[in-house]
Design a protein around this ligand. Sequence first.
Ligand SMILES: NC(=O)c1ccc[n+]([C@@H]2O[C@H](COP(=O)([O-])OP(=O)(O)OC[C@H]3O[C@@H](n4cnc5c(N)ncnc54)[C@H](O)[C@@H]3O)[C@@H](O)[C@H]2O)c1
Length: 453
Amino acid sequence: MLAAATTFPIPSFAFSSTEKLKVVLVGTGVRGISFWGKRLVMQYSDILEFVGLCDINPGRLAYAKKYIGVDSPTFLHFEEMVSQTNPDLVIVTTKDSTHHEFIIKGLDMGCDVLTEKPLTTDERKCQEIIDAERRSGKNLIVGFNYRWSPYSTKVKALLADNTIGSLTSVDFHWYLNTYHGASYFRRWHGLRQAGGTLWVHKATHHFDLLNWWINSDPYEVFAYGDLEFYGLKGPFRGDKCRTCPHKAECEFYWDITKDQHMMDLYVAHEKYGGYIRDNCLFREEINIYDKMSAQVKYKNNVVLNYSLTTYSPYEGWRVALNGKEGRIEAWLDIPYQKDVTINQAEMHAKEMDQSSKDEMQTEPIVVHKLWKEFETVRVNMERGGHGGGDKRLHDKIFRNPEAHDPYGRAAGVRDGAMSILIGIAARKSIESGHPVRIGELTDLEPRITRVNF
Ligand SMILES: NC(=O)c1ccc[n+]([C@@H]2O[C@H](COP(=O)([O-])OP(=O)(O)OC[C@H]3O[C@@H](n4cnc5c(N)ncnc54)[C@H](O)[C@@H]3O)[C@@H](O)[C@H]2O)c1
């Protein structure tokens, strides 16, 4: 039912006119049940069907089945699910450090696999995934949604049109606010062994965009990073927000009991696995960085300056791309450059929103050619679903896999690997105090022009 593509960098999903694509999902947390669960059922039930759901938490699994709105069987064991349901496609939305397990088993059991980012959390697992894809003859897609936002695509289009001549250097800075940034420190993302640090969990999105825009593989990384704000560095700590004695004085106090969906999905099932959704973000076990800065040299000699902040008063980002004939500046959500007030508490919920009510916005990109006046290009884009990226990614995978895409937005295993390898190299650089070469981490040799396999 699924056929490997010859013209596309990732597999094309060739749907039969009579049979639906059989899909299973492992990891029924918020991302799995909403974006890869309910949304697929609502938008693509004519061409696909869920034949199994799997999670280690039986309570969450039962809630997930109801929430997604399917009557497929549920499983606590992945292999049992795959052997009993014989799916065409496995969707992996578990905790990051476990992705490799289901990717590799899924491929080896004869399925195509679609994984949420990040591909995985270290270079050893990355190599195992690369090997598994090669030996299985099946295909792996990484769900990079940011590339599909019209805003990111416009930057790619301007570069592809050679608007600023050959690219030489890039500045890219991402600011997570004290709601969204803090949320990573509340749960497993705060543990390096679970999410690979935000160098991998979060920055994989950024490095993928950059690799795609720069259109080359990364070659060498030098980085600094520290934990100075959350974790042990916090002023006080409690068990979890619900029972914390510091509720009144903590700016980060979050009353999860006011969010029924979070209560039904997580709190109601704590007894099964001890997954605490409103953990203290000042707990001592946190061992990731909260400020990160790196320089990356690309194989095509472009130099990148990158930073990630996790406790900014506002959430937004900026990029400047310097070429031999000019410069492009792009940014989103910088409050001082907008004439509307942005509600920082609601921003992330809007970004994750998968409802079909599309709130549109128009955002500028500045193109400044050498010796000329600058021009402002205006891009129409959705506010929700990661700037419209989520729904376009879905359509590409499930509805129009064969449609020609001049921007090459579909991402496969090499893209997934190259984006996490920058973060993994950054971690190693911080630990060693030395630059780290990407080519030393796996058997993927960095190339001047990006290709997939
Ligand atoms: N592309 C995006 O913009 C985006 C946004 C959010 C999350 N994500 C990714 O989606 C994934 C899930 O994120 P989430 O926020 O839903 O996390 P979550 O912790 O809420 O959900 C993960 C689920 O996996 C289950 N799980 C953990 N280990 C398991 C195992 N060994 N076997 C089976 N189930 C297991 C947990 O019980 C939980 O239900 C992550 O990899 C995350 O990086 C991507």
